[in-house]
Design a protein around this ligand. Structure first.
Ligand code: FES
Ligand code: FES
Length: 153
């Protein structure tokens, strides 16, 4: 089996994986980083979004071997110890989640949006979230959370 090596949340990791194994499976099953969720594994729901070399990506759309040498950040790597990332704080403050299933992917997508477009309008925020599906919140409080984080990030 091929060996894959990458940096995940600042730590160098490696593992033997079959070529067909998705990055999300490697994160969840090999590394036990189960904060990254799988809602569909067909690139539709966005529950699996992580950062790969600084960009948000659906980790079910990449094979683990395609992430060879990459810098990956998952939801577990976002907080600074016990201090939540400002985007996580904002989701908490604004009730930007209900069941929480979509939340890791939402937060990772939202962080990337605010880094790339700190002054994104409400319309741009909603457009950016097109690839992240939430079955619970109606998106309203998610948008409010991101607008708060635009002020605090
Ligand atoms: S699990 Fe990757 S988009 Fe749904
Ligand atoms: S909070 Fe339940 S799916 Fe989004």
């Amino acid at each position: 089996m091929p060996t894959v090596s990458m940096t995940v949340n600042g730590k160098k990791v490696s593992g033997e994986v079959e070529g067909r194994i998705l990055l999300v499976q490697f994160l969840r099953e090999n590394l036990r980083l189960t904060g990254t969720h799988v809602g569909c594994d067909t690139s539709q729901c966005g529950a699996c979004v992580v950062h790969v070399n600084g960009d948000s990506m659906k980790s079910c759309t990449l094979l683990a071997v395609q992430a060879e040498g990459a810098e990956v950040t998952t939801i577990e790597g976002l907080a600074d110890g016990d201090t939540l990332h400002p985007m996580q704080e904002a989701f908490r403050d604004n009730h930007g989640l209900q069941c929480g299933f979509c939340t890791p992917g939402m937060v990772m997508s939202a962080v990337d949006l605010v880094k790339k477009n700190p002054k994104a309008s409400e319309h741009e925020i909603r457009e950016w979230l097109e690839g992240n599906i939430c079955r619970c919140t109606g998106y309203h409080n998610i948008v409010k959370s991101i607008q708060q984080a635009q002020q605090t990030m």
